[in-house]
Design a protein around this ligand. Structure first.
Ligand code: PLP
Length: 411
């Protein structure tokens, strides 16, 4: 007997964008050891966890050291103390009522957005915006829902919804009816956001077509403008058609600590082959209780401290810090005459390359001549060609220095 592999894995693109970037940067640094490279490519935060979080985290670790306050396995769905804080602070003030059974704590929006597809049939048609956070695509490739990639850089059975300068980065409804729709707003990588009216169009579409929207709101905390919804459930009728993913990674610095949550409303229904309705919430609960054993107690305590008065103040300061960087990037690059998007309701800045240069050429130019590392837009999908992403997550000093260097280039 020989063991056969899941051949869908062979359909994945082999060169993951960030390893290609690292190879080019390492090579450049080897050849130019004196160059002080500033990395503005990867979407990881740089500021430490808030004090309020660290204090509660530490107390919870100490609790684990004593028999009478030790915690073993917790509920797979998360502790009530955290779920209650989430509902009270993230949803109730926006007029959204959630029950505790609708919130599932996890160790990341990455795994939740990747895993969610497995509770849906392989025959569903999946739509993604293009460019896109690659996890949505790759998890469907692995499951066998996409077929192979064509010469145009698109998987045959995926529906790509281009978001470019031409449509103001607002996704247009697909011509062909789709079942599962991944939307991420504020968007990674373009940094653009959707207004309530623009998002309502998609909720209406999903209601008319019996589709489900998988709404990734990992960057919700960066929203500055008033008419941008923080949750898809601010749109009437969304409870029947949308799952929402949130994370403590980007608002509270949990990228290395790991805590997130997913909201699956009770009204959400999918159908079996005989046309009988089933609760999607129950399926996700079943999936999580079978394959996941919960986030550790100290981390959930730490996450609940995000909602304390001190925690809220500290995370607001961090977001202001990053958004100040974003404003500096926007101002410097626009004054060079570059066409720049995002950076207003998100920490990502999406740059149209000058003279229609391709993404990798512009990447190399910034690396060679300014020693600044961005992320080539084409790494996020075919419609990302001709763009480059910078992030506001570096330090203020490095951000300013990077902008000074780029300002000296003749572009
Ligand atoms: N969703 C989007 C759109 C992201 O950009 C990221 C991280 O970069 C994630 C989810 C991952 O979140 P987490 O750290 O909670 O896994």
């Amino acid at each position: 007997m020989t063991v056969k592999i899941n051949e869908n894995y062979l359909l994945l693109e082999s060169n993951y964008i960030f390893s290609e970037i690292n190879q080019r940067v390492d090579k450049y640094q080897d050849n130019n050891p004196e160059a002080k490279i500033i990395r503005m490519g990867i979407g990881d935060v740089t500021r430490p966890l808030p004090n309020a979080v660290i204090n509660k985290f530490t107390e919870a670790v100490v609790e684990m050291s004593k028999a009478d306050s030790f915690h073993g396995y917790g509920p797979e769905q998360g502790y009530d103390f955290l779920i209650e804080e989430i509902i009270k602070h993230d949803y109730a003030p926006r007029g959204i009522n959630l029950s505790k059974e609708e919130v599932f704590i996890s160790d990341g929006a990455k795994c939740d957005t990747a895993n969610i597809q497995e509770i849906f049939d392989l025959g569903n048609t999946v739509a993604v915006t293009d460019p896109v956070y690659p996890v949505y695509v790759d998890s469907n490739v692995m499951a066998g829902r996409t077929g192979p990639m064509g010469d145009d850089g698109r998987y045959h059975n995926l529906v790509y919804i281009p978001c470019t300068e031409d449509n103001g980065f607002v996704p247009e409804l697909p011509e062909k009816s789709v079942d599962l729709i991944y939307l991420c707003y504020p968007n990674n990588p373009t940094g653009t956001a959707l207004t309530k009216e623009e998002l309502s169009v998609w909720v209406e579409y999903a209601r008319e077509n019996n589709s489900i929207i998988l709404f990734d709101a990992a960057y919700e905390a960066y929203i500055q403008e008033n008419n941008i919804p923080h949750s898809i459930y601010e749109i009437e009728g969304a409870r029947e058609v949308a799952i929402e993913f949130r994370s403590f990674s980007k608002n509270a610095g949990f990228t290395g600590t790991r805590c997130a949550y997913t909201v699956v409303p009770q009204e959400l229904i999918g159908f079996d082959n005989n046309g009988n309705p089933h609760s999607v919430n129950k399926l996700w609960n079943r999936r999580q209780t079978t394959k996941f054993n919960g986030v550790s107690y100290p981390i959930q305590v730490a996450a609940s401290a995000v909602y304390s008065e001190e925690g809220q103040k500290e995370i607001a300061e961090s977001i202001d810090y990053y958004m100040n960087n974003a404003a500096i990037i926007l101002e410097s690059l626009s004054s060079l005459g570059l066409r720049i998007y995002g950076g207003v309701n998100s920490p990502y800045i999406w740059i149209k390359t000058p003279d229609d240069m391709d993404s990798w050429k512009f990447f190399d130019l910034l690396l060679d001549e300014a020693h600044v590392v961005g992320t080539p837009g084409v790494g996020f999908g075919p419609s990302g060609e001709g763009y480059l992403r910078l992030t506001a997550f570096n330090t203020l000093e490095n951000t300013k220095e990077a902008m000074e260097r780029i300002s000296k280039l003749s572009i």
